[in-house]
Design a protein around this ligand. Structure first.
Ligand code: SF4
Ligand code: SF4
Ligand code: FES
Length: 351
């Protein structure tokens, strides 16, 4: 436990000040066999951000403490870390606001983002994200002929920009990656941030590599593997509607490629068929229809036993009756399907 009673020099003391402990994740793979936590107790004035408190600890108590930060204004995306268990930007998070989220009174828990390899303390390896941006063609490859380069601007209509305006707000902080359930289960999964970037590039009319991008996107670990848990959207530090982008990509995948043979595509298909037929999921059959009988027996049987012991087994399919009002739901779905077909026919099948 490190302790100091020195007043923070960065602000004039006018506001309320409290002694707060920062319980910080420490790990230097060159010298530490295991990660551990260090406690730093410092007086913090109301109005101080987590990043400024970390700067104080680094400048006055523990110079070896490592974390990334640059803009200090929520723009560069480098200071993402877990604060009291939730991934946030340290430079836009007030220590005072976090006090109500502490498991132990006045003790802030600081950890690196999840799902990325820790290099040292809060510094994680972003190569996985960069590699995926490369794999999924996260850039616009221009349609402009080379002899026109530098001679004229290649503008897009304002209406088109509105389609991906929100996606351009992404600062690649990796908070959504840290909170993504699918990335936790499968490190090869594309990740929400890369899906968002892919959508942004895919929607740009100046781009010429949609075919290559969509081909890769519908493969295993791509757009169909998202489980729709919505956590990425809930925790995005820029409040970007990431799920809208994922839905747009899926619509485009169906329009241009049809459904593909991945578990994610089968899962989506089974999901829609259940809703059409009963208005709810037939959960007992969903794993078999998604991953096949052998996979289900191998991977789900132990869980099925546990659920049975606790009396939480989903009802067998033959006992599941359609929900009341299923007819109006089916009418709605049919109407939606017709409208989609009309729109796609009108647009030549692509947006
Ligand atoms: S909705 Fe999909 S991308 Fe977003 S957190 Fe869940 S699994 Fe990940
Ligand atoms: S989508 Fe949001 S949370 Fe994810 S990297 Fe971009 S800004 Fe960060
Ligand atoms: S330091 Fe740039 S976003 Fe926090």
């Amino acid at each position: 436990m490190f302790s100091t009673k020195i007043m923070m020099p960065m602000v004039e003391v006018k506001e309320e000040t409290r002694d707060i402990t920062f319980k910080i994740f420490r790990y230097n793979p060159q010298i530490d066999a295991q990660p551990f936590f260090d406690d730093f107790n410092i007086p913090v004035e109301k109005g101080i951000t987590v990043l400024r408190a970390l700067n104080y600890i680094k400048e006055n108590i523990e110079p070896r403490l490592s974390y990334r930060a640059f803009c200090q204004a929520g723009i560069c995306g480098s200071c993402a870390m877990k604060i009291n268990g939730v991934t946030k930007l340290a430079c836009t998070t007030q220590v005072w606001d976090e006090l109500e989220n502490c498991a132990e009174e006045n003790v802030l828990l600081i950890e690196p983002v999840s799902n990325l390899h820790v290099l040292k303390d809060m510094v994680v390896d972003m190569d996985m994200v960069v590699d995926k941006i490369e794999k999924y063609f996260g850039w616009v490859s221009t349609k402009m002929p080379e002899n026109q380069f530098g001679k004229k601007e290649f503008n897009i209509p304002e209406e088109e920009f509105k389609l991906y305006d929100a996606a351009t707000d992404c600062i690649l902080c990796a908070s959504c990656i840290s909170e993504c359930t699918m990335t936790k289960a499968n490190k090869d999964y594309i990740t929400p941030a890369v899906l968002l970037k892919t959508y942004r590039m895919e929607s740009d009319s100046r781009d010429s590599i949609s075919d290559k991008r969509m081909d890769t996107l519908v493969e295993k670990n791509g757009v169909w593997d998202c489980t729709h848990c919505y956590r990425c959207m809930e925790y995005c530090v820029k409040h970007i509607p990431i799920m809208d982008s994922i839905h747009h990509l899926r619509e485009k995948a169906i329009e241009t490629r049809g459904k593909t043979d991945t578990a994610g595509a089968k899962h989506a298909d089974a999901f829609v068929k259940d809703i059409q037929s009963k208005g709810r999921l037939v959960e007992s059959l969903l794993p078999i229809r998604t991953n096949g009988l052998m996979w289900t027996v191998r991977n789900m049987l132990p869980m099925a036993f546990k659920l049975t012991k606790k009396g939480k087994t989903p009802p067998p399919p033959f006992l599941m009756k359609p929900i009341p009002g299923i007819k109006s739901l089916r009418d709605l779905l049919a109407d939606l399907k017709n409208r989609n077909q009309t729109t796609h026919n009108g647009k030549g099948g692509s947006k």
